[in-house]
Design a protein around this ligand. Sequence first.
Ligand code: IPE
Ligand code: IPE
Ligand code: MG
Length: 239
Amino acid sequence: MAPSEQKALPVPAHIGIIMDGNGRWAKKRGLPRTAGHKAGAETFRRIATYCGEIGVKYLTVYAFSTENWKRSEEEVSGIMRLLDRYLDEALQDLDKKKVRACFYGDLSRLSPELRKKCLEIQERSKDYELQVNFCFNYGGRMEIVQAAQRFAQEVQSGKRAPEELTEALFENYLYSAGVPDPELIIRPSGEQRTSNFLLWQSAYSEYVFMNVLWPDFSPADLDAAIAEYHRRNRRFGGV
Ligand code: IPE
Ligand code: IPE
Ligand code: MG
């Protein structure tokens, strides 16, 4: 597809990205894994800015999974430090960047200081347009289980009846309540699996797997993924 042709096609309103490949990027360079995460955080800043420029409304990024705690203490604390730095910077530039930041995940396992910053930025940015959903200590299965627990509690307290539950109602209990499902999910790094990302929301998403490591991912790669998305024939079960 010629670039001019692609520009004319609508940009997906919601794009999900599994930001994978930081460790391999660092290893290739003989650097510690945390250097890969640092480079990946810079790529995230660049891609989020680009998404705003091309008119994406929602960007959901997978930054840390419920399974990533299995990694070394050194790697996990390095990732926490990067999150902390990003939050400080985002809090400072809130009015300049105009990004609405939301967190998908169980923040209760983060340090109280980090959690407080996450909630503060979420609250202070809630009127901005480009919504970036950070999946941090996120797991798709955990999200569904927690939603089921919350619904069950409402049944127990008499606020809801079991037969009221529909797909549309259930969505209100997910982190993504009110956010349309992603049309496109991109996974760089060459892996071809969901790794527990947006299990409910991705039922009809188009997956694009790319052979580039996240720190090397560029706006041109995003354009290529969007072009691939436009070549897909979305049927939603119809013909
Ligand atoms: C993604 O990159 C970042 C996190 C999961 C936190 P990885 O750290 O998984 O990088 P690879 O897959 O080992 O290359
Ligand atoms: C998925 O990547 C999680 C993030 C990118 C945050 P992983 O690297 O953790 O996934 P697996 O282990 O390859 O499935
Ligand atoms: Mg990985």
